[in-house]
Design a protein around this ligand. Structure first.
Ligand code: STX
Length: 320
């Protein structure tokens, strides 16, 4: 039965502060912001945020027992507190994999658990495929392998059938002549020299994603799109990665799954996730028969949904 009385606070650990923060220069251009919270001597876990371009959040700390874990978070290139803001140069999947290694070494961590949802699942998987010996386990949510079919589903024709009302302003921001390839049309605007053009496009792009992230859309969540500082980085970086097919071959993750077969993996997937529909989680699980797939019957895409959060906490508790 649908549980409407349990709140997020009931299933998460209490809010905590970071005990250490820093900035790490990772290239001539980019510096990434990082933090540690929880127990400095605890079991290391790194949180890989979504988007790309979404940035870390204080609430992500609450998915881990703070007595047990040394919780590491960082903002990927160009977003959150990382600098320069919304920069696309030198911003790609391979750079993010390399940044994870730079940060791990900087913090003196040998191996860590890797926790990521949505784009965070994409990057977690590709990181593990490049550095399997560094990954103790994977806890993944809302699987996104960023194949053409997944991008077409969400940004062009698919999710639009379920959320036609939210899709209309996203589509109609683009003149009809360009609507056949919305990612391309948005890319042109998000990389325009005109700041107002960039901001207007970022707002519509981000609204579409926020409006569709939960089984029961949350108006507070939609406000994220009104925060144009967030939206510009989020939309620009996402669109840049997608127009470049995340800088890897099509179906890279499935084609390289053998490298990570030995890594204990839990997949938490919302049944009604329309941003990253369950087919990808299912295909990953089929390709990794030893993974555990938890299909959450009453949730969409967001880790802020109670039943998703409950399963994520159960998964990290089991690592202690
Ligand atoms: N992008 C999905 C994704 O990674 C296709 C994502 N969607 N929303 C987010 O991430 C935030 C929660 C980081 C805003």
């Amino acid at each position: 039965m649908l549980d409407t009385t349990t709140t997020l606070a009931d299933v998460l650990y209490p809010p905590i502060e970071a005990h250490t923060t820093g900035m790490l220069a990772v290239s001539d251009v980019h510096t990434i912001a990082w933090e540690q919270s929880g127990n400095p001597d605890g079991i290391p876990v790194v949180v890989i945020h979504g988007g790309p371009g979404g940035g870390g959040q204080p609430s992500y700390r609450q998915y881990f027992d703070p007595e047990a874990f040394n919780i590491v978070q960082f903002d990927q290139r160009g977003c959150g507190q990382s600098t320069p803001y919304a920069e696309l140069e030198g911003n790609n999947t391979h750079a993010s994999v390399s940044d994870l290694e730079s940060l791990r070494e900087h913090l003196g961590i040998e191996t860590w658990h890797v926790f990521g949802g949505s784009w965070g699942s994409t990057l977690s998987l590709i990181y593990a495929q490049h550095h399997p010996q560094r990954v103790r386990s994977l806890v993944l949510r809302g699987i996104f392998m960023c194949r053409k079919s997944e991008l077409h589903w969400f940004y062009q024709d698919g999710a639009s059938h379920l959320f036609p009302d939210a899709f209309a302003p996203y589509r109609d921001h683009i003149p009809e002549a360009e609507q056949a390839d919305l990612i391309r049309a948005y890319y042109a605007r998000l990389t325009s020299d005109d700041v107002e053009t960039r901001r207007a496009a970022a707002k519509e792009w981000t609204r579409w994603e926020m409006a569709t992230s939960r089984l029961f859309p949350d108006p507070e969540y939609l406000d994220k799109a009104e925060d144009l500082d967030f939206a510009v980085a989020f939309a620009r970086i996402e669109c840049h990665y997608f127009i470049n097919a995340i800088f890897v071959e099509e179906a890279y993750i499935l084609n390289h799954v053998d490298a990570i077969q030995h890594i204990p993996t839990v997949i938490v997937q919302g049944r009604y996730d329309v941003v990253c529909p369950p087919r990808s989680a299912w295909e990953l699980h089929q390709a990794m028969p030893q993974s555990r797939l938890v299909m959450v019957p009453d949730a969409g895409h967001s880790m802020g949904e109670v039943s998703i959060a409950r399963e994520l906490v159960a998964a990290t508790d089991a690592l202690r």
